[in-house]
Design a protein around this ligand. Structure first.
Ligand code: SF4
Ligand SMILES: [Zn+2]
Length: 337
């Protein structure tokens, strides 16, 4: 199975290289979503703000729908209109992300300064800024400048897609262009700047069976927190992303061909049970409004309650309620090969 997935991923990557972005309103954000989260040790909310920006120049990751979601170009005025159109949450955490790194050369830095000044005038306690390891290294001075715009009590976290600690999974099955050495350097720089870090970790990369995927996800979160400890970074968070199937992606083709499927929610629970003691783990179950079958689920009887329990875990980090969950489908999942 893995060999077949690798072969198809390579073929599909070639044919997807020519995909053109769809036409989108450059003054409307791509996606805004609010979810429960723990912020500064208390149950609160996280508002995800996905800004519409030019897509990333790499554009080769199997599960990335950003290429078709981006715009050709953007301006300070477009981005300001997007941001001004959002009713920001009163407190908690605002996570800024985009179709790419927010340090994309086509995203004016003046917009980030504007957004940070605006956030400094709110009671929001944590601000996430999504980028990639290479851009952290290139822009550490700009990250420090943005951090200086926030109030002292506000904590900045800079996020990067790590996805998997396994080089083959990360570079071939996912298609990420990231060396672990660079990731570790980026975390070290953030630590020295007094900025927090978060890493996206995928659960069930294409080419991994469910149980292998759980093991790999656990190893990746362990790796992330060990790098965090080694660098002495004060604030670290792992964001767990169960695979979902966005439209217009390589993963969608593999899904249609029966070569990949999202994990069960039991796999999410299993990972959380095994790593919750290592540090703050956030599993937002973001599904970008996708239909059933394309997102992590269990059976019809327990999906709702299990999702609710994971959402509560995000706000409490208390593993006990997750340990008590059961359903007939849990036994089936456990007994699967
Ligand atoms: S996942 Fe990130 S690095 Fe990969 S193609 Fe999408 S935006 Fe680019
Ligand atoms: Zn069930």
């Amino acid at each position: 199975m893995r060999r077949e997935v690798v072969k198809r991923v390579r073929e599909l990557r070639r044919s997807f290289a020519s995909i053109k972005p769809m036409v989108h309103d450059p003054r409307a954000p791509a996606f805004v979503e609010t979810a429960q989260a723990i912020v500064k040790g208390k149950a609160s909310e996280r508002q995800l703000v996905a800004l519409r920006t030019p897509h990333c120049t790499h554009g080769k990751c199997t599960m990335c729908g950003f290429k078709s979601q981006g715009v050709e170009k953007t301006s300070f005025e477009d981005l300001k209109a997007q941001f001004d159109g959002i009713k920001l949450i009163e407190t908690g955490r605002v996570s800024l992300c985009s179709e790419s790194s927010l340090f994309h050369l086509k995203v004016p830095f003046s917009f980030l300064e504007f957004a940070f000044r605006k956030l400094a005038g709110t009671r929001v306690q944590e601000i996430d800024l999504e980028t990639c390891a290479a851009d952290v290294v290139r822009n550490i001075g700009n990250i420090e400048r943005l951090n200086a715009l926030l109030r002292k009590s506000q904590q900045l976290f800079v996020g990067m897609g790590l996805e998997s600690q396994d080089d083959f999974v990360r570079s071939v099955l996912i298609g990420k262009k990231l060396l672990k050495k660079l990731f570790e350097k980026a975390i070290g720089l953030l630590a020295s700047a007094g900025v927090g870090a978060f890493a996206y970790v995928i659960l069930k990369s294409p080419g991994l069976e469910e149980k292998e995927a759980v093991e790999e996800c656990v190893r990746t979160i362990e790796y992330f927190f060990s790098v965090a400890r080694r660098t002495g970074i004060k604030h670290a968070r792992a964001t767990l992303k169960p695979l979902f199937i966005p439209r217009g992606t390589i993963v969608e083709k593999l899904f249609e061909e029966g070569l990949v499927a999202p994990p069960k929610l039991w796999a999410v629970i299993e990972v959380l049970k095994r790593i919750h003691q290592l540090g703050n783990v956030f599993a937002p179950l973001t599904d970008e409004g996708l239909a059933e079958g394309r997102i992590a689920e269990n059976c019809a009887k327990c999906t709702g309650k299990v999702k609710e329990a994971i959402r509560t875990f995000n706000a409490t980090q208390d593993i006990k309620p997750l340990q008590k969950l059961s359903c007939e489908c849990k036994e089936e999942w456990k007994n699967e090969d």
